[in-house]
Design a protein around this ligand. Sequence first.
Ligand code: FES
Length: 144
Amino acid sequence: MERVKTMSDTVSFTLDGVDVDAKPGETIWQVAQRLGTEIPHLCYSPAPDYRPDGNCRACMVEIEGERVLAASCIRKPAAGMKVRTASERARASRRMVFELLVADQPEFAAPPRIEHRRSRPAGPTAVHERRRIPAAALPCLVRA
Ligand code: FES
C-alpha cells in the first residue's frame, strides 16, 4: 500500500548557508527559485508539466562532500545536504558552459556597411559580444 505524502515529508537541507525545506518532489533548482536564489538554466523550464532532463549543465551547483557538481534542475535534495549555488567552482562551471554554447553558435550575417560605423572603437573582444548576444541574456557572464 502506497503511503500518502504529507507536509512532514519535507526535506531539510542547507542552501547557501541557510536552512531550508524542500517540498515533496522539489528539486534543488525549484527550492532555490521559490526562495529567491537565481540559478541559470537553459534546458529546463519551470513551466507546468515540464520534465527536466539535466542536459545543458547550466544549473550546476556544488554539494558538500560530493566529488562532482550536480545539475540542480534534476537533483533532489537530501536531508542534511549542504548546497552551494554560488561557489567559485559552480560559477566557473556554469560560465564555461555558457561560453562554450555561445562559441558554438553560427555566425550572424555581416551587418550592412554604414558610414557612421567607421567611427566606432575597435570591435568587441568577448565571445558573446562578437556574437551580438546581450550580456544581460547571460547572467553568469555579468560581473558584479
Ligand atoms: S537547466 Fe540544463 S541541466 Fe539543468
